[in-house]
Design a protein around this ligand. Structure first.
Ligand code: FAD
Ligand code: NAD
Length: 466
């Protein structure tokens, strides 16, 4: 029976990073993956969605230039061959997943393709692909790491299939539908809804809450709502779906006031959240403590059973790739004998809408809830030269800091291209920067980053350019 010090189930960003780091530390490591190395993130999540968003933006820009060109650029008609766009996107996925496979091999990780089923905390059986009906492979281990990720939530009265699609199908369309209804105005609904709209699809968004992106503060969501209007996306807030009509051509909606209506649509993208992937895994044999549907972990990613660990989406929110990676690296180091705890100053989050939103650390509301006496300042991109040259003056950078010692506790930004500011935000929080540190750092000109410095200066009462 093959044995390994560390056995990891799931080769998403959590599992493959844990495997590489463990192997670097000399730990004998086996990684079991049922579908595709790279997991949701590389195959059907972060990377393909950002590729599609970029392609849609390029196409939209050309289509805009045809109609109206403040820059003096004119082009003929813009056209798109979606099958080529998808091949290009798949090429990026192949390059990245191929790179991860090479890294795993180079570091000596044993990768097994097949679905794993837990027998007990130290034994897993794997139904290897290509040997259906054959004897499953039994593997024993000292440490078991669960990294099986998550799956899209299905609406019970409108399961995936036919015109009802999840993000996975939305990322690989054979052709574009003339109309698309998106259920859920969260990350996926807005990122993909906007991309489809830029590709020429008539998009409607249905959201149960009374505003889009309910997880973000309203000021940050406002410029995104304006952009939805500019794209002529119809937004139905405080509204839920009841299902498709019998002919599967109309979506039935119900407002919170009880008013019912229908919407003619060719396709419906359901993006109402994701749930930890705990089924068909034999997890019940471990009788682990759970938090709702997620595996409960402590600040070292230990579960309630000794030497059974869990990382990433299976442990619940925030379901973000960089959190899974950081947890994976930490677990490998703890097993390798290092003293580690998972206590980041912040886990940044980016919403890749147009404009983009970035948050890192506490918002003013969260600081207030935490009982912090804080100061906060905003610097608008309307006063930033680089933003003007990029035709992206909507949005702002906001900083939140303690009033007494000026320790920065949070950053938020909304605007075109602000995703790249997340690095500066998180580094300043992790390094315990004060407003004076950021305000006193020379930021290159002209750059969007100058708005970060100016926000800090404004919080100190002496911004220069506003
Ligand atoms: P996963 O990436 O889900 O990987 C789990 C792996 O385990 C899968 O490959 C699965 O096949 C395998 N597996 C499951 N069960 C078994 C089993 N029994 N045996 C063997 N293998 C098994 N996050 C961001 O941070 N930024 C983004 O921009 C972003 N965009 C996203 C866009 C979309 C459309 C989606 C759907 C998600 C996005 N996410 C994004 C979320 C991100 O993809 C996840 O947080 C991340 O992939 C979680 O990593 P993980 O390792 O926990 O699990
Ligand atoms: P989400 O939690 O971001 O948004 C779901 C939205 O659907 C919410 O606004 C919710 O109020 C709404 N909703 C729920 N039930 C509804 C119903 N019956 N009718 C109408 N609206 C309803 O979930 P998601 O967009 O599916 O994304 C799933 C997860 O994937 C995210 O939580 C995130 O962790 C991850 N993700 C991250 C990124 C990124 O980092 N840029 C991108 C995509 C996905």
């Amino acid at each position: 029976m093959p044995t390994s010090t560390l056995l990891i189930i799931g080769a998403g960003p959590g599992g493959y990073v844990a495997a590489i780091r463990a192997a670097q530390l000399g730990i004998s490591t086996t990684l079991v993956e049922g579908q595709a190395v790279g997991g949701t993130c590389l195959n059907i999540g972060c990377i393909p969605s950002k590729a599609l968003i970029h392609a849609a933006e390029e196409f939209y820009k050309l289509a805009q230039y045809r109609a109206r060109s403040p820059l003096g650029i004119t082009v003929g008609s813009a056209d798109i061959d979606v099958s080529k766009t998808i091949s290009w996107k798949d090429g990026i996925v192949d390059r990245l997943t191929g790179g991860v496979k090479t890294l795993l091999k180079k570091n000596g990780v044993k990768v097994i393709t097949g679905w794993a089923r837990i027998i007990d905390g130290k034994t897993v059986e794997v139904a290897q692909s290509g040997s259906e009906g054959g004897t499953p492979l039994l593997i024993t281990c000292e440490h078991l790491l669960l990294a099986t990720g998550s799956l899209p939530v299905e609406l019970p009265f409108m399961p995936f299939g036919g015109p009802v699609i999840s993000s996975t199908q939305a990322l690989s369309p054979a052709t574009l539908p003339p109309t698309l209804a998106v259920v859920g105005a969260g990350y996926i609904g807005l990122e993909l809804g906007m991309a489809y709209s830029k590709l020429g699809v008539k998009v409607s968004i249905i959201e149960a809450q009374d505003r889009i992106l309910p997880a973000y503060d309203a000021e940050l969501a406002k410029p995104v709502l304006n952009a939805l209007k500019k794209l002529d996306i119809s937004v139905h807030l405080s509204c839920t779906v009841l299902g498709m009509d019998e002919g599967y051509s109309r979506l039935r909606l119900k407002s919170t006031e009880g008013e019912e209506s229908t919407l003619a649509v060719e396709q419906v993208l359901v993006a109402v959240g994701r749930r930890p992937r705990t089924a068909d895994l034999g997890l019940e044999s471990l009788m682990l403590d759970m938090t709702g549907s997620a595996v409960r972990i402590d600040d070292q990613c230990r579960t309630s059973m000794r030497n059974v660990w869990a990382i990433g989406d299976i442990t619940g929110e925030p379901m973000l790739a960089h959190r899974a990676m950081a947890q994976g690296e930490m677990v490998a180091e703890i097993i390798g004998g290092k003293r580690r705890r998972f206590s980041p100053a912040s886990i940044p989050a980016i919403c890749f809408t147009d404009p983009e939103i970035v948050v890192s650390g506490l918002s003013p509301h969260e600081a207030e809830q935490a009982g912090i006496d804080f100061i906060s300042a905003v610097f608008p991109f309307a006063a930033n030269g680089r933003a003007m040259t990029l035709e992206s003056t909507e949005g702002f950078v906001r900083v939140v800091a303690r009033r007494d010692d000026h320790l920065i506790v949070g950053w938020q930004a909304v605007g075109r291209g602000v995703s790249e500011l997340s690095t500066a935000f998180s580094q300043s929080l992790e390094m315990g920067s004060r407003l004076e540190d950021v305000g006193g750092t020379i930021h290159a000109h002209p750059s969007l980053g100058e708005a970060v410095q100016e926000a800090a200066l404004r919080a100190l009462g002496h911004a220069v350019h506003v």
